[in-house]
Design a protein. Structure first.
Length: 364
């Protein structure tokens, strides 16, 4: 396993703290235009499930595990990367299926009330709007969904308490009452209620979050990303397509598959080179004062900067800074921004980012 240098140099090497802080303020100002991580996902018109944001996150997770475990090899890391991506795609289908299961449970509850020993008029003549939701009827018949969950053995049958709890939370919500009582009843309204359910009930459920983690270790922390893609999927549904409505494919194309493979390979194969760059630009900064996750994030960022000339510098920096803000410490975004900014300046002087710079300038 590649070792990490025991001493990292500090940006305060020359004792000029004021200059350093002024530089950090400048960096912060330059990054104010960056969308937050979640906003990026929600605003990009993606027609595929696994985008490059998610690929970068998965690679950082794999790299972290790679250096924290003994005996791992590049082939095993690559295998684990794509296995992790496939499991995230499984979760996409699993959570789509959850809506069908909740509706099925609601229907069973409705039938049970009808068959009570002493049913009320409301029990005998229930409001069927939720259980007859047109979006759910279309989703339940979706050929792609049913084929995938059958082939991959996905099911909620072992988690009835989760389905029940989610249904009870839905029924208790104000937006459910508004939906059930609204005079407007159309396909778009049926889609909109489920967008709200995913945002306000499913995404906020601690019980579901815990269950997801127990069901598959690869699903940990994936639910928010996957729900954002499910909401995109709901928006794309068209009543005219019936059971043939297309769901999101795993990747946009083979280019993204190769991007994932190449980024991981270069991050590992050129580890020493990237760590040396980090070392030179963090003068006198002791190792135990740098979060290990920060080192991994910078290593992955440098692999992308150095090995993908078609990706503009600012795109790479912005993406990894946003990831650092979420997956590392509170101050990691600013710290990593400063270090990478210095490294980019060094690489420019050494003419090692010429292709990237040219492409970047052409896109302005």
């Amino acid at each position: 396993m590649i070792s990490i240098n025991k001493t990292f140099l500090s940006p305060f090497a020359n004792g000029n703290l004021t200059a350093y802080l002024n530089k950090q303020i400048q960096i912060i100002e330059e990054t104010k235009k960056i969308f937050t991580f979640a906003e990026k996902l929600n605003k990009r018109p993606l027609n595929f499930m696994i985008n490059r944001i998610l690929i970068r996150i998965k690679i950082i997770q794999i790299l972290y595990s790679f250096y924290k475990s003994d005996g791992k090899s590049l082939p095993s890391a690559e295998k684990e990367l794509f296995h992790s991506i496939e499991k995230t795609y499984d979760l996409y289908y699993h959570l789509l299926q959850l809506a069908v299961e909740i509706t099925h449970y609601a229907n069973l509850r409705t039938d049970a009330r009808k068959n009570k020993l002493r049913p009320t008029p409301e029990d005998l003549n229930p409001n069927m709007r939720f259980v007859e939701n047109r979006y759910i009827e279309q989703l339940a018949s979706n050929k792609q969904l049913n084929k995938y969950i059958s082939e991959h053995g996905l099911s909620w049958s072992n988690y009835p308490e989760i389905v029940k709890k989610l249904y009870d939370d839905i029924v208790a919500s104000d937006f459910y009452a508004e939906y059930m009582e609204s005079p407007l009843s159309d396909y778009e309204a049926d889609k909109n209620i489920w967008k709200k359910i995913y945002k306000k009930i499913i995404l906020q459920s601690e019980e579901l979050d815990n269950s997801i983690e127990e069901q598959n270790i690869y699903w940990t922390n994936d639910i928010e990303l996957v729900v954002s893609f499910i909401i995109k999927t709901i928006k794309r549904f068209n009543a005219a397509t019936g059971s043939n409505q297309e769901l999101l494919p795993m990747f946009k194309d083979e280019e993204d598959v190769e991007f994932a493979r190449k980024l991981l390979q270069n991050a590992i194969n050129h580890c020493e080179e990237y760590r040396e760059l980090i070392d030179k630009n963090t003068k006198n900064w002791e190792l135990d004062r740098i979060a290990f996750m920060d080192i991994v994030i910078m290593q992955a960022a440098l692999a992308e900067l150095m090995e993908f000339p078609a990706i503009p510098v600012n795109v790479t920096l912005n993406e990894f800074i946003e990831i650092a803000k979420i997956y590392s410490t509170e101050k990691s975004g600013t710290f990593i921004n400063g270090v990478l900014d210095n490294i980019v300046g060094q690489l420019k002087k050494e003419n090692k980012l010429i292709k990237v710079i040219m492409l970047n300038e052409n896109r302005k």
